[in-house]
Design a binder for this molecule. Structure first.
Ligand code: CA
Ligand code: CA
Length: 519
């Protein structure tokens, strides 16, 4: 708990009898289901702010401009999110954005118009401070948490502060001589703050702390964290925002698919969590591209080996976000729609049952597909109710309501089956006559539940289907004669009995099942 130590609130180590995964006051974060909303593309709750400044930035038909979505639209759909089973809402940044430039505007929120003195201005197209307060209150009243996105790596191009303090930014010509170009050189030509300068660190941390005090989020998602010096995070940002709220959940975007070990410096610097991009790659390889399931097992094993179970459980896992092509868009050409949507269901099941805090991106629950800029399409009007979602729709896979209902079922299972959120992970080695591509693992219930409540997850990623024999983990929770029942109910064998330390289940093509002991 480096973060607590930094502000002088060290916590004694957990006693040996305590569950290894339940230390720390903020572990309720393990139980969350996070939903990413790109506010401008979610819902337009107030047309009067559509043409607010910056000028010429509004055109719902232009993928590079604002489309009218706002905080009022988000607030109106808090009940939608609650019904889906979302427990934490992550919204894209709320900073006032730089003016129109090269035909683009910061509808996504990542091009802040920072100025000195910092005015902490809100993007007027998203609404007013009253709208912010109303949204955060609605989210909290619904029992959900609020995660605010922040950017301290760069400003937008043409931000006021670039003219006021050119020396506060890294120079493109000399940045590589300062150290790691990933940290010291501009990303996509965006003005890159020199956080190693004390006055820049003070300015950025004061700005972030001010936003945290004013908006009252429960967590902060920190954009482009990979491009920040970890010393800045440890010495300035983390202690600064924790002054606004001691138990603030700090989530780093370390966009690195090569090795999960690369998130360690950010966790050591006091961030609570990071996104799991390597696992996303493995999920794509297996479920979207039809590769062997061992890629997923390997990614999970590597994570636990590199970071330990406690940190592995706190990583935020996802199939999609606003910077990635939609999950099934990465499938090879020629796969039929029925197979695509079945594979997508298997991927969602993996997301909600593997270690990590699952995060979905708006539209995942409808089966939306598309690569940039189509991965940032507006939420469709038909998506807001069950009748509208039923059947097939352009730009999505399968039956909209079936996908929505699967996400809802999985989100609820995360709440009811604590082992899915907090349990240790044991990978199993299923055997099938035909060599089916099947992922099987147990999530062992936390010790304080006496082993009851462990679950066995079996995810078929094979067009053939058939009987699968699964040798259970030794010293596992189930003895011979235990009756296991499927709580997912998607066509897997409804019940099976443990015999000789094994279970046999029959799975139709591309079907998953989640077994627990019969009550
Ligand atoms: Ca609007
Ligand atoms: Ca940087």
């Amino acid at each position: 708990m480096v973060a607590f130590a930094l502000i002088g609130c060290g916590r004694p180590p957990a006693p040996p009898t305590a569950p290894v995964i339940a230390e720390g006051a903020d572990d309720a974060w393990l139980d969350q289901v996070v939903y990413l909303a790109l506010t401008d593309r979610f819902a337009n709750g107030d047309p009067t702010n559509d043409t607010a400044p910056p000028a010429d930035c509004y055109d719902p038909k232009d993928p590079k401009l604002f489309h009218g979505g706002d905080l009022a639209g988000l607030r109106a759909h808090v009940p939608y999110l609650a019904e889906l089973g979302v427990t934490a809402l992550w919204v894209t940044p709320l900073y006032a954005q730089v003016p129109l430039r090269d035909g683009s505007c910061g509808y996504h929120g990542y091009w802040a118009d920072y100025g000195d003195p910092d005015d902490g201005a809100l993007e007027a197209k998203l609404g007013s401070w009253r709208d912010v307060e109303a949204l955060v209150t609605s989210v909290h009243d619904a029992g959900m948490r609020f995660i605010l996105d922040m950017v301290v790596n760069h400003s937008g191009r043409g931000a006021r502060i670039v003219g006021q303090h050119p020396e506060w930014f890294h120079d493109e010509g000399t940045c590589a001589s300062l150290g790691d170009p990933v940290v010291f050189c501009p990303l996509h030509g965006l003005p890159d703050f020199a956080e190693e300068r004390p006055e820049v660190a003070r300015y950025l941390t004061a700005s972030a702390t001010r936003w945290a005090r004013r908006v009252r989020p429960d967590g902060i998602r920190l954009d482009t964290a990979k491009h920040l010096p970890s010393s800045y995070l440890a010495r300035s940002f983390v202690p600064g925002v924790r002054e606004a709220r001691r138990d603030m959940f700090l989530l780093a975007e370390v966009f690195d698919t090569t090795s999960i070990a690369h998130v360690r410096p950010f966790l050591d610097a006091g961030m609570d969590s990071a996104f799991h991009f390597p696992l996303r790659d493995a999920l794509v390889e297996t479920f979207a591209r039809g590769g062997p399931v061992r890629a997923v097992g390997e990614a999970v094993r590597t994570t636990i080996d590199a970071l330990g179970l406690h940190r592995a459980l706190r990583l935020v896992t996802m199939l999609d976000n606003h910077d990635l092509p939609r999950f099934m868009t990465t499938a090879p050409p020629g796969m039929g729609e029925d197979e695509l949507s079945r594979r997508y269901a298997s991927a969602l099941t993996a997301l909600f049952t593997l270690p990590g805090i699952p995060q979905i991106y708006q539209g995942d629950e409808l089966g939306m597909v598309g690569a940039y800029p189509d991965n940032r399409r507006d939420m469709p009007q038909w998506g807001w109710d069950a009748a509208g979602r039923a059947g097939r729709h352009e730009g999505t896979l399968g039956d909209g309501q079936a996908t929505w209902s699967l996400v809802q079922t999985l989100a609820r299972l995360r709440i009811h089956e604590r082992a899915l959120a907090r349990g240790a992970y044991v990978e199993l080695a299923p055997k099938t006559e035909a060599g089916l591509n099947v992922l099987a693992f147990t999530r062992r219930a936390p010790p304080d539940t006496n082993g009851k409540g462990s679950v066995l997850v079996v995810i078929g990623d094979d067009a053939r289907g058939g009987a699968v024999t699964i040798p259970l983990d030794r010293d596992g929770p189930w003895r011979d004669g235990a009756v296991l029942v499927d709580v997912l109910g998607r066509g897997g064998q409804p019940r099976t009995v443990v015999h000789g330390g094994e279970v046999v289940v029959t799975l139709p093509p591309f079907v998953a099942a989640i077994y627990r002991e019969e009550a």
